[in-house]
Write a protein of this length. Structure first.
Length: 251
C-alpha cells in the first residue's frame, strides 16, 4: 500500500508542476491524501490539461485563419517532387519548423500547393505551434493599411509570434512599390527565425517582375535558397479533375 501511494505521489507531483502548483501546496496535499484521493486529483489534473490543450489548439486555429480545413489524409504526393534529400515523411514530421527552414511550393494553379500548405499548417497547430496564413494579396493589403494607419509595428509583432508563416499565391496579383517592400520586409524577417512556406506559379527568374525590383527579389531568393527547399507540383490540375468528374456524373 505504501508503495502504491508513493507512485501516486510521484505522479501527482509531475502533473501538479504542469499547472504550476507550488511545492508547498503539493507537499501539504500529498502528506494527508489517501491513494484514492491522489488518483482522483491526478485524473482532475489530466482532464484540465486536456481542456487547456484543446482550447489552445482552438485559439491557434482561429488565429491562423486558414481558408478551409485540409489535412494530409488522402493527399496524393505522386505528382509532388521533393529535393533528393527530402521526402513527404520529412515534411509531415514538422522537423523543419524547429530549424526555421523555408519552402517554396511551385507549380501551376490547381496542383495542390495550397492544400498541402494548409495541411502542414494545421498539423503545426495540432502540435501546439502558432501559424499565420495569408494570401500574398491579403498580407500586402493588411501591411499597407497598417503602415498608413501607423499600426505597422503591431502587425509585424503579431506575425513575428508565429512559428510558421504561410504566404499563398505569390505573384497572382501585381504589387506596387510600397506593397512589395513591405512584403519583402516580412519575408526577409523570417530568415532563420521562423519557417516560411510560399506557394507560387512564378519561377525564381520572374520574381523580379513580381516585386518590381530585381535586387530585392535576388536578396530574398538568396535567403530562401540558403535555408530552404523548392518543391515542384506537376501533373494535372486537381480542380480540372474535379470539374471533369462532376461533368461525368451529371451526364
Amino acid at each position: 500500500m505504501a508503495y502504491m501511494k508513493s507512485s501516486e505521489v510521484a505522479e501527482i507531483r509531475r502533473l501538479a508542476r504542469l499547472l504550476y502548483f507550488s511545492d508547498e501546496t503539493i507537499d501539504a496535499f500529498c502528506e494527508k491524501a489517501s491513494a484514492g484521493q491522489l488518483r482522483a486529483l491526478g485524473d482532475v489534473i489530466k482532464y484540465e490539461q486536456g481542456v487547456r490543450a484543446r482550447r489552445k489548439r482552438e485559439r491557434l486555429m482561429r488565429k491562423a485563419r486558414f481558408p478551409a480545413p485540409k489535412s494530409f489524409v488522402g493527399y496524393d504526393f505522386s505528382q509532388v517532387i521533393f529535393p533528393e534529400d527530402y521526402s513527404a515523411e520529412d515534411l509531415r514530421s514538422l522537423a523543419f519548423v524547429d530549424e526555421a527552414q523555408d519552402f517554396v511550393f511551385h507549380g501551376k494553379a490547381g496542383r495542390g500547393k495550397t492544400h498541402l500548405s494548409i495541411a502542414v499548417g494545421m498539423a503545426c497547430v495540432e502540435a501546439g505551434r502558432p501559424v499565420r496564413f495569408f494570401t500574398a494579396a491579403e498580407l500586402v493589403l493588411a501591411l499597407t493599411r497598417a503602415n498608413r494607419e501607423h499600426n505597422l509595428e503591431a502587425l509585424l509583432k503579431d506575425i513575428s509570434k508565429c512559428d510558421l508563416l504561410i504566404i499563398d499565391e505569390l505573384g497572382y496579383v501585381p504589387l506596387d512599390v510600397e506593397g512589395a517592400r513591405l512584403l519583402f520586409q516580412v519575408m526577409s524577417d523570417c530568415y532563420e527565425r521562423r519557417s516560411l512556406i510560399i506557394t507560387t506559379n512564378i519561377e525564381f527568374s520572374r520574381w523580379g517582375t513580381v516585386f518590381g525590383d530585381d535586387k530585392l527579389a535576388a536578396a530574398l531568393i538568396d535567403r530562401i535558397v540558403h535555408h530552404g527547399r523548392l518543391v515542384e507540383f506537376n501533373g494535372t490540375s486537381h480542380r480540372m479533375d474535379a470539374a471533369l468528374m462532376l461533368d461525368r456524373s451529371q451526364s
